[in-house]
Design a protein around this ligand. Structure first.
Ligand code: PLP
Length: 445
């Protein structure tokens, strides 16, 4: 490649990405099969029923090899029900990473409990097993583990801690449906798995969520909380039986059957589509192997763990290998090469939001975070160094849905050019802005 071709597009060189993306990033993939499934529900007027949802649940049980699956109107509701299922209640604490979407932890408030944030591992970007134990208190009830951006969290040490302190583990699988940790399917390793199936996620259905577990008690409590018409004579729990007929949570969590119908079709094709995504994403990272400053956020190729769907795929940034170049300047150069989605940062650290500092949501006359708890868990927020600094060390990469080597090579070239020409970029680098990333990753620009 000549010097001229190598010149950064930011400085007048040719763009690395010349092909139009077409459907390279289109997700979910919707075909006639999805349309017909949705129409069948519409024509039958079965939008508010449960027959299709129950079939979808059966598909899920078979796919993940679990005893129970329960459909929800969204992932947030499935997480709230998972917490309730685990017995989380007034005055209890739930440990959750600070770097995640708010719904991993925020539903705890509505159960009269609070959130204790723990730090993330800088490589996996998931809950750091070494940062959990010192945060456990008398009232800790559960640990929420998020398989962030599709990367499996290190479940073995987390399950060992949970065992030791008799805590429940809730896996938030919203980013990682179909992922594998040491040969085991994500969502089936903890006591309960809960996930979003929102249209932007890896397994993309629409507004929908799913809870999976092998524990009947968790399943029945989750069902009793917000599935009034299914909270019936089939309930086995003696503690729940007296209340059959009305939802204990005063909630209505039923899945819309247009979602269940589309979900069944999406799930049928998911493993195959996921394999294609995996091949494309791994090819992208293989092309960038050895480029200074850049590291893949992925499971080790050839290991018995697999990324799940690569939701909102990101990469690691090592500014120290690039003369201190800011990630925002780096991303500016990559975007100029024709990669629109390359933005710095990820989810903002939840512990920095006023909702987790001073908001009095329910009129306790005190911040909700500490309204029902015996200790001020906010003091533990002072020690979350990785979460606090992660925005400067990650950036969004293209989330390919198809293995098209020639096109993927163009995208990889954009990142390579920006990294290899870092010295030119240092001039004019005004550093990172005070805040990078957002409170959610949906259609983030
Ligand atoms: C999207 C998301 C949720 C919430 O799911 P909804 O379906 O949007 O309610 C929960 N946890 C994580 C990690 C998410 O990304």
């Amino acid at each position: 490649m000549s010097d001229k071709e190598n010149r950064l597009a930011l400085f007048g060189g040719p763009k690395a990405v010349t092909d139009a993306p077409g459907d390279l990033f289109t997700w979910p993939i919707v075909t006639k099969e999805d349309e017909e499934a949705a129409l069948e529900v519409l024509r039958r007027g079965a939008m508010s029923g449960t027959d299709v949802t129950m079939q979808f649940e059966a598909d899920f049980r078979q796919w993940l090899e679990v005893d129970y699956a329960l459909g929800f109107n969204n992932g947030t509701a499935s997480l709230q029900a998972a917490m309730y299922g685990c017995g989380v209640g007034i005055g209890d604490e739930v440990i959750c990473p600070s770097i995640t979407y708010w719904a991993s932890g925020a539903p705890a408030y509505s159960l009269g409990s609070t959130v204790v944030f723990a730090d993330i591992d800088p490589v996996s970007l998931c809950l750091d097993p070494n940062d959990i134990e010192h945060r456990i208190g008398e009232r800790t009830k559960a640990i929420v583990v998020v398989h962030y951006f599709g990367h499996p969290a290190d479940m073995d040490p987390i399950m060992a801690i949970a065992d030791k302190y008799k805590l429940k583990v809730i896996e938030d699988v919203s980013h990682a449906q179909g992922g594998i940790y040491k040969g085991r399917k994500l969502g089936t390793i903890g006591h309960v798995g809960a996930m979003s199936l929102m249209a932007g996620k890896s397994l993309a259905v629409g507004e929908a969520g799913m809870l999976v577990t092998n524990e009947r008690e968790i399943y029945e409590r989750a069902l009793a909380f917000g599935h009034y018409e299914r909270f019936n004579q089939e309930i086995q729990s003696e503690a729940l039986k007296p209340y059959i007929g009305l939802p204990l949570g005063g909630a209505k969590h039923r899945m819309h059957q247009l979602s269940s119908a589309v979900g069944r079709v999406q799930l049928r094709h998911y493993e195959e589509r996921q394999a294609e995504i995996r091949r494309a994403m791994n090819y992208f990272w293989d092309l960038l192997e050895g480029v200074p400053g850049l590291r893949a956020h992925r499971t080790a190729p050839g290991s018995d763990s697999l990324m799940g769907g690569w939701y909102a795929a990101h990469g690691h940034y090592r500014t120290e290998e690039l003369g201190g170049l800011s990630v925002s300047r780096f991303c500016e150069a990559v975007r100029a090469e024709g990669v629109e989605d390359c933005v710095p940062g990820c989810n903002l650290p939840l512990h920095t939001h006023p909702l987790f500092k001073e908001a009095d949501v329910y009129g306790h006359g005190r911040p909700t975070r500490v309204a029902n708890s015996e200790r001020d868990v906010r003091t533990l927020d002072a020690d979350l160094p990785v979460s606090g600094g992660i925005a400067a060390r990650v950036y969004a990469i293209p989330w390919f849905k198809h293995y098209r080597p020639q096109e993927i090579e163009q995208y990889a070239l954009a990142f390579r050019k920006a990294a290899l020409n870092y010295k030119e970029l240092l001039e004019g680098d005004t550093g990172n802005p005070a805040s990078m990333g957002g409170w959610n990753m949906f259609k983030r620009k």
